[in-house]
Write a protein that binds this ligand. Structure first.
Ligand code: AP5
Length: 211
């Protein structure tokens, strides 16, 4: 299995790029945020448990997330190529991936982004309630206001995209980030990219790391 991790602050564009690359290159895309929201929509015990953390902008406990990702990766064939978006977020999560040679990431792409841009990216985000596609009121507007271009579903604002929750998410991200960056820097797997650029040019830059 070949695993590439997308690391970056909330709103740095990981999900937008991961979805695009997964379609263009036929690579699996595992977004732990999307997985948790899917569980919540279905009303599973995991979804209900996770929602309490998500709404506060805090992290779901490591053991829950590690089990979720191990189960998902365990269903793939040994030759699969995967983008992990939103996992790992803590050193114990990164250690869990490295514990098996088959799930150790081959590279980790860090989406570097000025903090000042993140809040406007997140407050302006609108997400399709049906298919999860992301738009931005100003930067990536849908063709019809409030309607998803892909499936015509309604666009809504994520509860955790309210400004007070965003601040908490950013605070938690920055508290973990340097530890994670050092973890991957020390094992020479970290690639830092300037994520503050248009979707298409960023896409071209990231594609270089997918051979
Ligand atoms: P999750 O859904 O993973 O949220 P996140 O990491 O905070 O990331 P986001 O989805 O907010 O941002 P993104 O980088 O994908 O940006 P996007 O591409 O959408 O997690 C949610 C919650 O789940 C967590 O808070 C936590 O509680 C829990 N959780 C998940 N994983 C966990 C884990 N491993 N451990 C513990 N808890 C976990 O872009 C943002 C906006 O900008 C969009 O509007 C987009 O249209 C726009 N945009 C994108 N690219 C560009 C561009 N180049 N130019 C202009 N605008 C752009």
């Amino acid at each position: 299995m070949t695993i590439v991790v997308f690391l970056g602050a909330p709103g740095s564009g990981k999900g937008t790029q991961a979805k695009k690359l997964s379609e263009e290159l036929s690579i699996k895309h595992f977004s732990t945020g999307d997985m948790l929201r899917h569980h919540l929509k279905k009303g599973t015990p995991l979804g209900v448990k996770a929602n309490a953390f998500i709404e506060r902008g805090t992290l779901v406990p490591d053991e829950v997330m590690i089990e979720l990702i191990e189960n998902s990766l365990g269903q793939l064939s040994s030759g699969a190529k995967v983008i992990l978006d939103g996992f790992p977020r803590t050193v114990p999560q990164s250690e869990a991936l490295d514990a098996k040679p088959s799930t150790a990431p081959s590279s980790v792409i860090y989406f570097k982004m000025p903090e000042s841009v993140l809040i406007e990216r997140l407050t302006g985000r609108r997400t399709c309630q049906n298919c999860g596609e992301s738009f931005h009121l100003e930067f990536i507007p849908p063709k019809k206001t409030g309607i998803c271009d892909k499936c015509n579903g309604p666009l809504v604002q994520r509860k955790d995209d309210m400004e007070d929750v965003i601040k908490k998410r950013l605070e938690i991200f920055y508290s973990q980030n340097s530890l994670l960056l050092n973890f991957y820097k020390n094992s020479r797997r970290l690639v830092e990219i300037d994520a503050h650029q248009p979707v298409e040019s960023l896409n071209t830059e990231i594609k270089r790391y997918f051979g």
